[in-house]
Design a protein around this ligand. Structure first.
Ligand code: SAM
Length: 204
């Protein structure tokens, strides 16, 4: 997976490649799909949701440019896989999921995989997690019509937000920097994610 799906494409950050190699993806997919855990694809995890494609998780992490000392917010816990990769790259990871059952399952899986330090919260992640802000980096694993204002506001100065932005069926993965003069979109690549439901997303 690391060599063929990540390095051979354009993932170059050795810390990200190392993290992707260490997290056991098979623990984060449903039992009956374990033989497909390292497929180059998103896979269903129940409740109409998916574990993201490995390349997209790596792409998001590379854009966040983490060095190991940061406090990070992961919006859309899903299986918990993205949160585990972030935990390999940063000091403190908060992850928020709107579906209680998914959040509970992800908490259990993260514990089993050795990532019990990840704090999994239940709620509308499009509003961020103000009680734990500011964050050096925020990763959003679901698509919004525009970068959610609350998430930009919860970034520290110089902080990075990676979020899929666009229509329900096609988006661009945007890297937004919070600068003194305001937020700036510095890069974007095409992508396709499930919709971010909620106030800062496509609505309830
Ligand atoms: N990164 C996850 C993983 O590795 O398994 C996959 C994320 S999945 C593609 C998107 C997740 O975002 C779903 O679990 C969905 O329930 C969640 N979601 C959608 N809208 C949300 C919101 N407003 N707040 C929190 N989670 C949300």
């Amino acid at each position: 997976m690391v060599e063929r799906q990540l390095r051979a494409r354009d993932i170059a950050d050795e810390r990200v490649l190392g993290a992707m190699g260490r997290v056991p993806r098979e623990l984060f997919v449903p039992q009956e799909l374990r033989h497909r855990a390292y497929d180059d694809a998103a896979l269903p995890i129940g409740d109409g949701q998916t574990i993201s494609q490995p390349y997209m998780v790596a792409r998001i992490c590379e854009e966040l440019a983490l060095r190991g000392c940061e406090r990070v917010l992961d919006v859309g816990t899903g299986s918990g896989y993205g949160a585990a990769v972030l935990a390999e790259l940063a000091a403190e990871v908060h992850s928020i999921e709107r579906v209680t059952e998914l959040a509970e399952r992800a908490r259990t899986t993260l514990g089993r995989a050795g990532y019990e330090g990840v704090e999994v919260h239940v709620g509308d992640g499009s509003l961020g997690l103000p009680e734990h802000a500011p964050f050096a980096a925020i990763a959003v694993g679901a698509a919004a019509p525009s970068a959610p204002v609350a998430l930009v506001e919860q970034l520290e100065l110089g902080g990075r937000l990676v979020v899929p932005v666009g229509r329900r069926k096609a988006q661009r993965l945007e890297l937004v920097l919070r600068l003194a003069e305001g937020p700036a979109v510095v890069r974007s690549v095409p992508c396709r994610f499930v919709p971010l439901v909620g106030e800062g997303g496509f609505g309830p």
